[in-house]
Design a binder for this molecule. Structure first.
Ligand code: NAD
Length: 395
């Protein structure tokens, strides 16, 4: 079939297998060009490995450190008539390239929140990898089924205490209108914490430790976003922000849990970027389009792979990591620079439908969004008839 993007709102329902492979390849090349990362881990588990920050983490570990990697993701396989999800194609491409280079790479395509998935990961690690020395927790999930009670929890993106009205860019119609989001109920806050908070991260580490598959001195990291004034009402000080605060609590609990094997847990604060998760958050498309414009002009623009390279070299495997008062690695330093935020805040009220392409870098935002699904990569013939079927031996 000839595969074209089919975009509905913040979702693209098709993905291009060769374009996704080109995405993976370009991130691998970036990491290889940087050279070997000193002190890098050798056996790495990435939970949420198929897209965005988790995929970049896996690529950095494998191609910057020569690591064996076990990944966990939740992706849709292809059929004769429908393409797979982008994460499926990304992971198939990653595994092939890694194995061709002699690296162990295996992936569980299943629900990371379940006990079954954790058991499977432990069995694979015991059979095929040495003890795990880095666990990356990078899930972006809309819902979670509690593994004990079976109750289903759904996360929401809502402000807390009072409603919030803000400028929003509709990426389908390119119209800019005010949107009002009503405040979350206590139940919605609690459910969001249950899905995107630290509980499942803790359960993973407990299960891995109990099974004795963690190496002495292992590291674990979970990702968060803090943002500044413009995004606080819908992110930092909202339901998702509450869930992310819970990661700080979980990091402390995991540190205590890992004390006897000299392990450590940290939260890493990463920058705002176009991913499947972030494009679903109101106001983020406009904020990121402005951020692109300002940071590109400054020469400080970064994508997932650049952020991850810095997290490994300036954070996780640095002798002098940049940690904040809450023991978090700060990789959002360039986005949070006062001048950058001041410039974005100055431009924010000026943006209109007419000047969208001049005042913001929405063009790059949109291109990057499509590239997440394998569209717009150089060297790929998008008019060619390609099969959506790609072989993968996911567990
Ligand atoms: P993403 O949507 O690109 O990737 C999410 C990953 O989670 C995918 O691999 C997906 O398969 C996996 N996943 C989702 N549900 C799953 C389940 N039930 N079982 C197994 N795997 C599942 O997300 P992202 O933007 O890379 O976000 C990853 C983390 O980074 C999140 O914690 C997010 O809050 C954080 N973060 C994102 C940004 C940003 O701007 N995108 C900024 C800072 C921090």
């Amino acid at each position: 079939m000839i595969i074209k993007p089919k975009v509905r709102g913040f979702i693209c329902t098709t993905a291009h297998p060769q374009g996704c492979a080109a995405n993976v390849q370009s991130q691998i090349e970036f990491i290889k060009d940087k050279g070997a990362i000193a002190g890098a881990p050798k056996n790495v588990l990435v939970i949420g490995c198929s897209n965005g920050y988790g995929l970049a983490s896996r690529i950095t570990a494998a191609f910057g450190g020569g690591a064996n990697t076990l990944g966990v993701c939740f992706e849709k396989p292809p059929t004769d008539k429908r393409t797979a999800s982008a994460g499926y194609y990304n992971t198939a491409a990653f595994e092939q390239i890694a194995r061709d280079e002699g690296l162990y790479a295996e992936t569980i395509n299943g629900d990371a929140f379940s006990n079954e998935c954790k058991d499977k990961a432990i069995a694979l690690a015991q059979a095929n990898m040495g003890k795990i020395d880095l666990i990356v927790y990078s899930l972006g999930a809309p819902r979670r089924q509690d593994p004990i009670t079976g109750e289903l929890y759904t996360s929401t993106l809502k402000p807390i205490n009072k409603g919030y009205t803000a400028k929003n860019l509709n990426t389908d119609s390119l119209t800019i209108t005010d949107i009002t989001v009503e405040p979350a109920t206590q139940e919605e806050i609690d459910h969001t914490v249950k899905v995107m908070g630290g509980e499942d991260w803790e359960l993973w580490i407990k299960a891995l430790k109990q099974a004795d598959v963690l190496a002495d001195g292992c590291n674990t990291v979970s990702y968060t976003y803090l943002g500044d004034k413009l995004t606080w009402p819908i992110y930092g000080h909202a339901t998702i922000g509450k869930a992310k605060e819970d990661l700080d609590r979980a990091a402390k609990a995991i540190n205590a849990e890992l004390q006897d094997i000299n392990g450590k847990a940290n939260v890493a604060v990463l920058k705002a970027l176009v991913t499947q998760s972030s494009s679903a958050i109101p106001i983020m498309p406009l904020y990121i389009s402005l951020l692109y414009k300002v940071m590109k002009e400054e020469g400080t623009h970064e994508g997932c792979i650049q952020q991850l390279y810095r997290l490994f070299t300036e954070g996780l495997y640095s002798d002098s990591p940049r940690l904040d008062d809450s023991n978090r690695y700060r990789m959002d330093d360039l986005e949070m620079k006062a001048e950058v935020q001041a410039k974005v805040e100055e431009l924010w009220p000026q943006v209109t439908e007419e000047n969208l392409f001049q005042l913001t870098d929405y063009k790059s935002y949109h291109e990057d969004f499509l590239r997440l699904f394998g569209f717009g990569w150089e060297g790929v013939d998008y008019e060619a008839d390609v099969s959506p079927m790609v072989e993968a031996d996911f567990k």
